[in-house]
Design a binder for this molecule. Structure first.
Ligand SMILES: [Zn+2]
Length: 369
């Protein structure tokens, strides 16, 4: 593919709006597209992920990008070196660059295999990557396509726990409010205790190494004319690599226990909605070396390792499949999920060269390792 064809591919992908759960149209488009580009074994799975392969033999590398974006249409606009659109950064430019790079690797054929995967629901349920794991792909390496900027490699992501609490007090007439516990106020009191406890326990130098807490929703119920006696709290914890999801959930439960000792009239139940372990990739692998070399050769500057405060599909894959992994892709991640999402086309084109060279180095070094 020449540069114009690669830009056209990205622009076409941006034109197809694909918020999480609505990736089907983009998946159909990409399936046809990669089949036309000469990918083999083009297929979908039960979650709606798409796959295509270039080359054969070993080693094999998975290039995994996500097809979904957050919601919010942004009109496609090209202004000189900039291309605007939802997903321009997070992360259609990475997936388009992976496809472009693999396609130009066609001559390698028998010296190794590239499997490109476009997965669904990275921004929501992570169902796509979970299904990909069930497909048992036979791979020796994996790169995830998320915006790191062309000079950087993301090696670490925080973990995440989403919890829902149901907080209950005794109901009663609002005229007797001086006698009753208001569930909303008491639940908020509990929330502050959770926050303080987790901050005290796990707050280190810098946000990446601290547990952070975010209350995302409060909803209350009351019988008519009554003081609120039920309150639901939804919250989100972000975990550094040294705190497991189990440890953080236990810490929250310990706060409940102490709180109930002081407030015997309340009842608290909770439900873990979702959890993703924090992840740190090994920095000392052939895959990292191949990316480092490719960045140096293409960009002309040494790379940097990045740690991210979000979570990515690499967390889920890396926890289960013990092969070298990395996250790399074009774009300024501070523009992700914003109304201003745009990619520098020159950067996008550079990233194609980086993926391509990294794979070439990796395949040739793998043989001699
Ligand atoms: Zn993303």
């Amino acid at each position: 593919m020449d540069n114009e064809a690669s830009i056209r591919l990205l622009q076409d992908m941006l034109e197809i709006y694909s918020p999480s759960g609505k990736e089907q149209k983009l998946a159909n488009f990409l399936k046809d597209e990669i089949a036309n580009l000469g990918f083999e074994n083009v297929r979908t799975d039960d979650a709606g992920n798409i796959y295509g392969e270039i080359g054969s033999g070993s080693p094999s590398i998975l290039l995994c990008g996500h097809m979904d974006t957050v919601a919010g249409w942004i009109p496609i606009k090209r202004e000189e070196d900039l291309l605007y659109g939802r997903g321009a950064v997070d992360a259609k430019s990475s997936l388009a660059a992976m496809i472009s790079a693999s396609q130009t690797l066609k001559p390698i054929r028998k010296t190794g295999k590239v499997i490109v995967a476009g997965v669904v629901e990275e921004e929501s349920t992570a169902n796509g990557i979970r299904q990909l794991l069930r497909e048992n792909l036979d791979v020796n390496y994996a790169i995830f396509g998320e915006p790191s900027g062309v000079k950087n490699i993301t090696f670490a992501y925080k973990g995440r726990v989403s919890l829902k609490i149901k907080f209950q007090t005794t109901s009663g007439h609002i005229g007797a409010q001086h006698l009753l516990d208001n569930a909303v106020e008491k639940a908020f009191e509990l929330w502050n205790e959770i926050k303080t406890e987790l901050n005290d326990k796990w707050s280190q130098n810098g946000i990446f190494d601290s547990v952070t807490t975010c209350l995302v929703k409060i909803r209350s119920q009351r019988t008519s004319g009554g003081v609120p006696d039920v309150c639901f709290l939804d919250f989100d914890l972000r975990l550094p690599p040294y705190v497991t999801t189990d440890q953080s959930i236990k810490a929250v439960r310990d706060v409940f226990t102490k709180y109930k000792e002081k407030n015997p009239n309340v009842s608290i139940s909770h439900h873990v909605v979702d959890r993703i372990e924090p992840f740190m990739a090994d920095k000392n692998t052939l895959l990292m070396k191949a990316l480092e070399r490719a960045i140096l050769e293409t960009v002309g500057e040494p790379f940097k390792f990045l740690k991210k405060t979000g979570t990515g599909d690499m967390n889920i894959f890396g926890a289960e499949v013990k092969v070298p992994v990395a996250t790399y892709g074009p774009g300024d991640s501070s523009l992700s999920h914003t109304e201003n999402e745009r990619i520098k086309l020159s950067e996008y084109l550079t990233s194609i060269q980086v993926y391509k060279r990294a794979i070439e180095h990796l395949f040739s070094w793998h043989k001699h390792a």
